[in-house]
Ligand binder design. Structure first.
Ligand code: LCS
Length: 396
């Protein structure tokens, strides 16, 4: 696809990242090979020296993987992408590339549990300090910044509370303090939110979620803005080794072709279900950025082009009520992960966020009674019917 800048996201989803190939295949072939031949010794040396473009060894780059990297970079409006073996591989590669002993990170308190633990348990052993703050409050972000703050790391909407951080505001604090502004854009996907437009320096994704969309691959992506960042991250990724393999890259790229279409349906379904839940007598509270009751609804309207497929809510009777709901749904799957075509329901306090220390989890409003729903692309009325029958089994 040439002159890609003029095309819409719907068109880019289908066409972005196609790699030229000798047989003119319409779909990027799977280059299932660990290594590539050199024409001669000088060619090999030139590739290693970076004086010639080409492929050497799949940990260092692969055509199928590159096609996917280009596709996500194009959708994000970035310079280049780096595909990783998982979202966590993407996140730790960014931390490993930029954080050194003595550095400090300001991180959203509502993040995927292991992101918090990676900083507080692993990087802390290498002398990196982290403050977990409510990044929806820019004053709190500003107050947490220290002279040694190297990075501001934000997940928005946040997992699992769906709180929304002001990207432009957080980017300004990062810029004023010469810190790198990293955004986890997993929940929104590049279709609904483009962090680079608001001043992000680096974007990370768990491609396991909406980008792939079919609950059959674990993968991650880093998207950068310039060649300097790319070189640094490429080198770190080569050394850490957490790359995505060609087969999974092929599957994710295949999933992305329907990304724009899927996100439209995720948003429609989630809005309808959030409105249903908010009115349900067995439901205490619903968090969905598309509801006027959401504390950052106006901000979400400004920085997102849709409110996404994720909802979290509390039912009457707290955790016990939540268990009745989760044990009685029939169409929704009781499973972690998110962003696939099938609807999933789970309990953050005992599942995705169980790894976080309880006091940090509660401070982030991840209460014991919170239930998280990843709304799929099924018929919304049928999902509502399923949730309704399970909710009505709650006896309070
Ligand atoms: N970032 C976000 C926002 C996530 O939700 C996840 C995984 C990750 C990063 C890590 O990605 P992974 O390594 O799993 O590809 N979130 C999960 C969740 O909420 N349930 O299961 C996994």
């Amino acid at each position: 696809m040439s002159h890609h800048k003029k095309y819409s996201d719907a068109t880019k989803s289908v066409h972005a990242g196609m790699i030229e190939n000798e047989h003119l295949a319409v779909v990027t072939p799977i280059y299932q090979t660990s290594t590539f031949k050199f024409r001669n010794a000088d060619h090999g040396a030139a590739l290693f020296a970076g004086n010639e473009e080409g492929f050497i060894y799949t940990r260092m780059g692969n055509p199928t993987v590159k096609g996917l990297e280009n596709a996500v970079a194009e959708l994000e409006g970035g310079h280049k992408g780096l595909a990783c073996a998982s979202g966590m591989a993407a996140i730790h590669t960014v931390f490993g590339a930029y954080l050194s002993q003595g550095d400090h990170v300001v991180c959203s308190e509502a993040v995927y549990g292991p992101t918090n633990t990676l900083l507080s348990e692993v990087f802390s052993r290498f002398g990196v300090k982290a403050s977990f703050v409510d990044t929806t409050d820019l004053k709190a972000v500003e107050n947490a910044v220290r002279p040694e703050t190297k990075m501001i790391y934000v997940e928005t909407p946040g997992n699992p509370t769906l709180c929304v951080t002001d990207l432009a505001g957080a980017a300004k604090i990062a810029r004023d303090n010469r810190a790198l502004f990293v955004v986890d854009n997993t929940f929104a996907s590049p279709i609904l939110q483009k962090p680079f437009l608001f001043g992000a320096d680096i974007i990370v994704h768990s491609m396991t979620k909406f980008l792939n969309g079919h609950a059959d691959v674990v993968g991650g992506m880093i998207v950068v803005k310039n060649e300097e960042q790319f070189k640094r991250l490429r080198r770190t990724l080569n050394l850490f080794g957490g790359v995505l393999d060609p087969m999974n890259a092929f599957l994710v790229h295949r999933g992305i072709k329907s990304l724009s279409m899927r996100m439209e349906k995720h948003c429609q379904n989630a809005q309808k279900i959030a409105e249903f839940l908010e009115k349900h007598p067995k439901v205490e509270h619903v968090a969905y950025p598309g509801l006027p009751s959401h504390p950052q609804h106006e901000l979400a309207k400004k920085q997102m082009s849709g409110f996404g497929g994720m909802i979290s809510f509390e039912v009457k009777g707290g955790l016990e009520g939540g268990k009745v709901l989760m044990d009685n749904v029939q169409l929704c799957n009781l499973a972690v992960s998110l962003g696939g075509v099938e609807t999933l329901i789970q309990h953050p306090a005992s599942m995705t966020h169980a790894i976080m220390p309880k006091e940090i989890r509660l401070k982030a409003h991840i209460t014991d009674g919170l239930v998280r729903l990843s709304v799929g692309v099924e018929n919304a009325d049928e999902l509502i019917e399923d949730l309704d029958q399970a909710l009505n089994k709650i006896s309070v």
